[in-house]
Design a protein around this ligand. Structure first.
Ligand code: UD1
Length: 422
């Protein structure tokens, strides 16, 4: 298993281009199962999760040609080869559950391994299943798999107890081919939901309200190819690079990100004293002075994203005061704390709150990545720390960050991947 080696303490400076968003690419690739024609999708990030969904789509019967670089992928789904998402794939990527809605809607059947727990909490899919049942599907659970059957889904009024992101996406996709109108209330408002809706609309779907908390879908009898769709920029990757400028006292221009997608993050970065310039091509963060303390509560969009919590905590650990991080989205998302403490951070956890007392410096140490964003926080801490940091289990990082060590090297970071035989 590869490791990342960092010799920290250098201010990062320069331009970095943001990749396509993982959390938009995954549902959009799953949505290709719905249409009969050909889709061309560009700006797909090269990530392990994307390779996993490609394997899954191939298994289901999709024909994919990866033309590389700016040409992207062409995807066709002529006929169903298998109706199941096997455990081997779902256990490495929970978002595999996103094929449930499309398969049930177009082929009338789906069998998807239940994801089970994961490093950041229980993460059930009860809302996905409740919505499909409301749309007339028969849902059964057997041998660790959820099985969904339906002749043709029917439009329904669905209220989500929590604005689940993949739940909203799964149900929105399922509803595109249902008979009648579906209304999803308390829907997730994440920009990735809106990007998926744009893709579906290009395929002929009738959707209004995506990106707000009420999404209305008028079912159609079939969907076609999408023409070319460009995946939106990754707002979490962008936020991570802006936080890198802040934690190393540097200046980074993140090219290609949409400032509006990052409102809550930019607000908090400004609050701790980082200069943020929103430019037409992206966002620039300039730091250098002391990092101020700040309190943050993670919330569904447009609140502060839970996917930026770990990276911000690395930053707060070097502030000049006491900060509180309140994690409200996932119940067990502080696994990076023990590792940050090994680097000298002063953090106490009480339930879903972390109290972070800023220290003057972090020192490099061997640490272990435990989930995707936790890994990113360790990279940030390592870039700011005095001395050498070695991060193991970086496969977590490879799930969601494209060429992270290359991008940080190009900004002046002393960071390299140590390849290890499996
Ligand atoms: C998505 C993102 C992930 C992000 C998360 C929250 C993708 C592929 N992943 O994950 O990066 O961290 O949103 O912004 O887009 N819940 C239920 N029942 C359900 C579904 C969810 O109780 O059926 C709960 C979860 O346990 C969690 C909360 O709802 O506490 C939000 O989860 P959800 O929005 O579904 O996260 P994901 O879609 O899995």
């Amino acid at each position: 298993m590869d490791k990342i080696w960092i010799n920290g303490g250098k201010p990062l400076k320069g331009d970095v281009t943001v990749s396509g968003a993982k959390n938009a690419a995954l549902p959009i690739l799953a949505a290709t199962l719905l249409g009969q024609g050909e889709h061309r999708i560009v700006n797909i990030p090269q990530l392990m999760d994307v390779s996993t969904i490609k394997r899954l789509l191939n298994h289901l019967g999709a024909v994919i040609s990866d033309e590389g670089g700016a040409r992207g992928w062409t995807v066709r789904m002529p006929a169903l080869a298998h109706a199941d998402a096997p455990y081997e794939l779902v256990k490495t990527m929970r978002a595999s559950v996103l094929v449930l809605g499309p398969l049930a809607a177009r082929f009338g059947e789906a069998r998807v391994s239940l994801p089970g727990g994961c490093a950041i909490g229980a993460r059930p899919i009860n809302l996905h299943l409740m919505g499909l049942e409301k749309m007339g599907a028969e849902v059964t659970i057997e041998h660790g798999y959820v099985r969904v059957k339906a002749k043709r889904l029917r439009g329904a009024r669905i209220y989500l107890d929590l604005p689940s992101v993949t739940g909203t996406e799964n149900l929105m996709m399922a509803a595109t081919l249902a008979e009648g109108v579906t209304v999803i209330e308390n829907a997730a408002r994440e920009p990735e939901v809106a990007d998926l809706a744009q893709f579906l609309i290009r395929c002929g779907a009738r959707i209004t309200g995506a990106g707000t908390d009420v999404v209305t879908i008028e079912g159609v009898s079939s969907l076609d190819g999408s023409g070319t769709h460009r995946i939106m920029p990754d707002r979490i990757e962008a936020g991570t690079y802006l936080a890198a400028a802040a934690i190393t006292g540097g200046e980074i221009f993140v090219r290609g990100c949409h400032p509006r997608h990052l409102d809550a993050v930019l607000l908090k970065l400004r609050e701790i004293g980082v200069e943020i310039d929103e430019e037409s091509e992206g966002v620039r963060a300039t730091a250098g002075g002391p990092i101020g303390a700040v309190d943050i509560k993670t919330l569904p969009y447009p609140g502060f994203p839970t996917d930026m919590q770990a990276q911000m905590m690395a930053l707060m650990s070097l502030s000049n005061g006491l900060s509180v991080m309140n994690e409200t989205v996932f119940e067990n998302r502080f696994t990076h704390v023990a590792e940050l403490k090994r680097m000298g951070a002063d953090i106490q956890i009480q339930g879903n709150n972390a109290m972070i007392k800023g220290v003057r410096r972090l020192s490099g140490a061997p640490v272990m990545a435990s989930d995707l964003r936790a890994s990113a926080s360790l990279v940030l801490a390592g870039l700011a720390a005095e001395g050498e940091t070695e991060i193991s289990r970086v496969y977590h990082l490879d799930r969601g960050y494209e060429r992270i060590e290359e991008k940080f090297s190009s900004l002046g970071g002393e960071i390299t991947r140590i390849k290890q035989m499996p």
